[in-house]
Design a binder for this molecule. Structure first.
Ligand SMILES: [Zn+2]
Length: 350
């Protein structure tokens, strides 16, 4: 299995901040169409690719397509843009970044703040807050006003690159999972599926797992699996029990995070498959944060037998997120086997 660099680059670099996912949605629809029986796009903009299985038990897979970004909430007299974040940001990650302002046309901007030279000694000691930043488009107010209005979305500008054994770029949370799900659909395209498969690409996860609500209600799944990134804090300064996962140590099987406990049968099933198929994996227990799993597990009639697979990610929620190529390949392999063998496990409560 090889990484499709052209595709992963396109998926990472295509803009799609929460609530403004049109460009990435169109790319996903184009990429998955050849590998499913039908596609449904709901009113929120979630995309569900359906494939009929032998039995009508339902397996829902969910990867969120949105990325963290910003929205313009004020344009000042000098033409500088002020904004609100869409998604969780550590303010220090905004320093010295280029951004793309998606107005009537895309404009390049820089995320700017006060130079250290003119900060008072007290200011230097304080950590910078999101409200201390503004966007400089290099244009006067009247030019800015032609293209940008309050409510215009903004994304981070960064190209995807190969970095050692890794894939490095912006928005790998969660575009690497979008890539993983698309590649999984390709890998199983000629296989007969045991259960009906709903491969969902959800919107607005980063602002509070919102798109997954309508998807879960619509599909009403028996089984659900989210695909997302997780923390790999395996870097200088970390201690082993803090690392959550380690880059290159395999695809992560989620045991729990702050918003969901994976079904004990699902984790047993996943681990069994990984061990039998020789797929390198590691457990994930994340003390804070959550994924679409939280909603697709419980927002349906009977509750779903839910789990999640995660792709270890260093420097998460920064524009230089790194994932290991082998972990991505293992995620694709594991997900495809999970889909194909799901009817071969005893799912009764024990
Ligand atoms: Zn995510």
């Amino acid at each position: 299995m090889k990484i499709d660099w052209k595709l992963v680059k396109k998926i990472s670099e295509t803009p799609g901040v929460s609530g403004f996912e049109s460009a990435i949605r169109n790319l996903i629809i184009k990429e998955v169409s050849p590998y499913c029986d039908s596609i449904r796009i709901d009113n929120m903009g979630n995309v569900t690719a359906f494939r009929k299985g032998k039995s009508d038990q339902k397996l829902l897979l969910a990867a969120h397509m949105d990325e963290i970004g910003f929205i313009v909430n004020y344009i000042d007299d000098e033409g500088f843009l002020h904004f609100l974040p869409l998604g969780g940001f550590d303010p220090k990650t905004l320093t010295a970044q280029r951004v793309i302002v998606h107005g009537k046309k895309d404009l390049l901007g820089v995320m700017a703040s006060k130079p250290i030279h003119i900060m008072s000694p007290e200011e230097r000691k304080k950590s910078v807050e999101i409200k201390d930043y503004f966007i400089d488009l290099g244009l006067p107010k009247d030019e800015v006003a032609k293209y940008v209005e309050v409510g215009t979305p903004v994304t981070r500008e960064r190209s995807l690159e190969k970095l050692g054994n890794c894939i490095n770029g912006k928005s790998l949370d969660n575009r690497i999972s979008v890539y993983t799900l698309i590649e999984t659909l390709k890998l199983i395209k000629d296989e007969e599926l045991p259960f009906d498969l709903y491969a969902c690409f959800t919107v607005q996860e980063e602002v509070g797992i919102r798109g997954a609500h309508s998807v879960s209600l619509a599909v009403d799944p028996d089984f659900s699996i989210a695909i997302d990134t997780t923390i790999a804090y395996d870097v200088p300064g970390s201690i082993p029990r803090e690392s959550v996962t380690k880059l290159g140590h395999g695809v992560a099987i989620k045991i729990m995070d702050a918003s969901a406990i994976s079904d004990y049968r699902m984790t047993k099933y996943m681990k069994g498959i990984a061990n039998k198929e020789g797929i390198k994996w590691q457990p994930e227990l994340l003390p804070a944060g959550g994924t679409d799993t939280a909603i697709i597990q419980r927002l349906n009639k009977n509750g779903a037998i839910a789990g999640a697979i995660s792709i270890p990610t260093r420097h998460i929620h920064q524009v230089i997120e790194s994932v290991h190529q082998e972990d991505v390949k293992n995620a694709i392999k594991l997900l495809s086997k999970i889909i194909l063998k799901i009817d071969q496990f005893d799912w009764s409560h024990q």
